[in-house]
Design a protein around this ligand. Structure first.
Ligand code: SF4
Ligand code: SF4
Length: 377
């Protein structure tokens, strides 16, 4: 075991290999306040990557309703239960053990193996709300006492991947150029150690090819400066893919760094597991705070408070409008004079949008024609 720094935990931790951060790190930010669970992302991924034999059950991108949904079944509850007590210190560092530190001596990580049946209900719990809504019930103050929210999930191309740590064949590697984690299909022997070890359950076994597979971060697109399929097809425009820096190297004009480091409104999920996952979520403002704290850690209150104040921040507003406005990777953005612009790696402008769309309101009654109007064709 080596000592590595995990900035999500604000401390060093044990990991099987030495710290080796890639030149840059693939990352996605999701605004959970905007996801509508249309599953367009899921199908965009499915039709691109997992329409072959043995992949029928796979959803490298899935969207589950929290708190009841989970693909595979109850993956998060089972990992948290196995890990045991998780405490955060007052200074914001994680005081408990990660899945690597809590592992028994013969294992690389605390883990569980999903059974075949656990993968059979990708939509379980969809739209099921926490608590019963009485007839005539209504939404009162925030956060709501009856709540659910949608959680889209891909592989997090973790800085400290458990899949990679557990592979006895060293078939899993993390690319230096973008931090994407891949399984070398020719080295993999299908032992399934990665499937067991990944706490997010994003490595999957193909019973036809008899090797493991996982989300490839749409690396062929990323190499061309294009964002992944699940991002560019997102109907709700809730996602932006780019590159996240460690805190000391964060740049305010990098869209991901801006949301993660400068505004601190986008948080990793289950950071206490210790993988430094590189998908970040703007938490839903309406859901139960204790549940969100368990999922996103103690920074969740501040993140929600700052998110609710974004209407006073034109730069942040501009970036939220840029999300979903281009299929290209935005390496830099700027907001000026009511317009938000995004730039590619060479500095060329690739998108420009107004921060506030002009709204034209039609009167409900047309005086000239003496006719009522409605929006039904
Ligand atoms: S496409 Fe976007 S809005 Fe639709 S389910 Fe996926 S993440 Fe949510
Ligand atoms: S989410 Fe799972 S499969 Fe993806 S890199 Fe992390 S440990 Fe590996």
């Amino acid at each position: 075991m080596g000592k590595v720094n995990n900035w999500h935990l604000k401390r060093d931790m044990e990991y099987v290999y030495e710290e080796a951060r890639p030149k840059r790190q693939w990352a996605i930010v999701f605004d959970l306040n905007k996801c509508i669970a249309c599953q367009t992302c899921t199908l965009a991924c499915k039709t691109t990557w997992t329409s072959g034999k043995g992949q029928e059950y796979m959803f490298w991108n899935n969207v589950e309703s929290k708190p009841w949904g989970g693909f595979p079944l109850a993956w998060d509850l089972r990992v948290l239960e196995k890990l045991g007590r998780q405490d955060w210190a007052k200074n914001g560092s994680y005081a408990g053990k990660t899945i690597f530190e809590a592992a028994p001596p013969t294992e690389r990580a605390v883990h569980f193996a999903p059974q075949d049946e656990d993968w059979m209900y990708p939509n379980i719990g969809e739209d099921d709300c926490m608590g019963l809504v009485e007839r005539g019930g209504h939404i009162g103050a925030l956060p709501h006492d009856k709540w659910f929210f949608y959680l889209p999930r891909t592989c997090a191309h973790c800085t400290y991947p458990a899949c990679l740590a557990a592979c006895p064949r060293k078939a899993i590697y993390k690319r230096d150029e973008d931090g994407i984690v891949l399984i070398d299909q020719s080295r993999c022997k299908g032992y399934g150690e990665c499937v067991r070890a990944c706490p997010y359950k994003k490595s999957m076994y193909n019973p036809y090819t008899r090797v493991s597979e996982k989300c490839v971060g749409c690396y062929p697109a990323v190499e061309q400066g294009i964002q992944p399929q699940c991002v560019v097809n997102c109907i709700g425009k809730i996602r932006v893919m780019g590159f996240v820096s460690p805190p000391a190297k964060a740049r305010d004009d990098n869209p991901i760094d801006f949301l993660v480091h400068k505004k601190q409104i986008a948080l990793p999920y289950y950071p206490q597991l210790g993988l430094e996952p590189n998908i970040y979520y703007i938490p839903p403002i309406h859901a139960d705070r204790a549940y969100l704290t368990q999922m996103f850690g103690p920074l969740v209150d501040g993140a929600i408070e700052r998110y609710r104040k974004l209407q006073e921040d034109p730069v942040a507003q501009g970036l939220l409008v840029l999300m979903g406005s281009s299929d290209r990777i935005l390496h830099r953005f700027e907001v000026d004079k009511g317009q938000a612009a995004g730039f590619d790696e060479q500095g060329a402008e690739i998108v420009r949008v107004p921060v506030t769309e002009r709204v034209v309101e039609r009167l409900a009654f047309d005086e000239k024609l003496q006719a009522p109007r409605n929006n039904t064709p």
